[in-house]
Design a protein around this ligand. Structure first.
Ligand code: ADP
Length: 447
């Protein structure tokens, strides 16, 4: 690429310089050389005792190519190794007649030939002069061989050295760029094979450094997600496995012929409750999956939140009575905009937890309040409570606090609750102390 850029730049540079020569320099060069030619012939004409041949030879030695011709057509060249001797006869005639020939100015313009270097007899300045009463025409142009002085050689050397060094430097830079990209490619392949143990060791401040840093962050995140996924699968398998084993075991026991009615009922009851647990687990998992899919559209709708809460409470009245739990409600008619079906799961989970983890003769306080910007629901119980360390993990999937293991449950409820609330841009906070009860506060922005 560098070589190509250099070639392209050189060709473009040459074309630009060439245009500049033809537009500006050519005219000036012509003028300057006319002045020089005039000075030469002036000296010839003003010095009668001059040896013309010697004088012209000296001038040519200084750095000019000369061509002298007289009316009879006899011509002499002084250092006149013109590459092309293409001077028109009419030009000679014109000079002999006393006019000046502007070959430099009128030199034809060609794209790839800079007139400055064209060593042609027509690319000269022609002036007339008289010597020993005879008419002559003198054509001159600077000898380009002499123009290539030491400065030019140094300049040429500089250009070549710059080109070579640039190429070398570019190769090094390219290598520096390619090494981390190769590392990145290898790392990407490992990730495609689900191996996340690799951290890139690229310590750079540039864009590639930033890319490597983002890549490392991404790898860490993928590793974490992978761990969560594996843990989730192992939890799900375990939670399916134990009720299935129970069902299998009790179904086997039911097959026995000499089974008392009491025992038969007992076993069938266990099988039924285990099937219920499996069914609940499946429902919750399906709900979680649908919540995880960002494509699931939350169906916003205005509805009466207080009525939804009351309906939920009514569903569990029998249970409240069975457990002898006193319910205190503080609700005002409240309109809320959200997904009604999803919120049914929220209240169901929170209320059943408040009953399940309550103490006999306990209390549940439910408050609903609508402020200007948000709606707040508090569900408070006087149950077993949750320790501070356990509160931190409460909303994790499959998490169940030790004290509650005796009760039935999946550990998925609160994670579903949190996810639904977050889908509505709300927050859920827990305040609890073991033995004193728990209070969940939900703040939902009014949309
Ligand atoms: P589960 O199906 O076990 O109830 P949740 O996700 O609803 O699952 O709750 C997770 C855990 O949080 C429960 O197992 C329990 O330990 C604790 N928990 C939830 N609500 C309460 C509460 N009101 N009082 C005490 N502990 C609670």
């Amino acid at each position: 690429m560098t070589a190509l850029i250099m070639i392209f730049s050189t060709v473009s540079g040459f074309l630009i310089t060439n245009t500049y020569y033809h537009r500006v320099v050519k005219e000036r060069n012509d003028k300057k050389n006319v002045e020089i030619a005039k000075t030469i012939v002036k000296h010839i004409e003003e010095t009668p005792q001059l040896n013309l041949n010697e004088y012209l030879q000296t001038i040519s030695d200084i750095g000019y190519q000369l061509y002298v011709v007289d009316a009879s057509g006899s011509e002499s060249f002084y250092d006149g190794k013109y590459r092309v001797k293409n001077l028109d006869k009419s030009a000679v005639k014109q000079v002999l007649a006393g006019r000046i020939y502007h070959g430099m100015r009128d030199f034809p313009r060609e794209t790839f030939v800079t007139g400055f270097f064209a060593n042609e007899l027509s690319n000269t300045i022609g002036v007339p002069f008289k010597y020993e009463s005879r008419r002559y025409a003198l054509f001159i142009r600077p000898d380009i061989k002499l123009l290539f002085s030491e400065v030019h050689t140094l300049m040429g050397g500089l250009v070549i050295a710059t080109a070579l060094l640039s190429l070398l430097a570019m190769l090094l830079v390219a290598k520096m760029l390619i090494v981390p990209i190769t590392q990145l490619t290898a790392a990407t392949k490992r990730i495609a094979d689900e191996k996340y143990d690799m951290q890139l060791n690229i310590d750079r401040k540039d864009e590639i450094g930033q890319l490597a840093a983002s890549f490392n962050t991404m790898t860490e995140q993928l590793q974490e997600n992978d761990n969560i996924r594996k843990e989730f699968i192992s939890n799900v398998s375990h939670d399916f496995q134990s009720p299935l084993l129970n069902i299998q075991g009790y179904a086997g026991l039911l097959e026995a012929d000499n089974l008392a009615d009491e025992e038969r009922k007992n076993y069938a009851g266990i099988i039924q409750s285990e099937t219920n647990r499996l069914s609940k687990l499946t429902r919750q998992l399906l709900l979680l999956t649908s919540l995880d899919q960002s494509s699931r559209m939350v169906k916003f709708k205005d509805y009466r939140l207080d009525e939804q809460l009351k309906a939920c409470i009514n569903k569990y009245r029998w249970w409240l009575e069975e457990e002898n739990i006193h319910l205190h409600l503080r609700m005002e008619p409240t309109m809320y905009r959200g997904d009604e079906v999803l919120f049914e799961n929220v209240w169901d989970n929170l209320l059943t937890n408040a009953i399940k983890y309550n103490l006999p003769e306990g209390e549940i306080h439910i408050a609903l309040e609508r402020q200007d910007d948000y709606t707040e629901v508090t569900i408070q119980d006087t149950g077993i409570g949750i320790s501070e360390t356990e509160q931190a993990q409460l909303f994790h999937r499959f998490y169940r606090a030790d004290a509650s293991r005796t009760k039935e449950g999946t550990g998925l409820g609160l994670s579903i609750v949190k996810q639904i609330i977050e889908l509505h841009k709300g927050e859920i906070h827990v305040a609890s102390a073991p033995g004193q009860g728990t209070s969940f506060t939900i703040k939902l922005p009014n949309l």
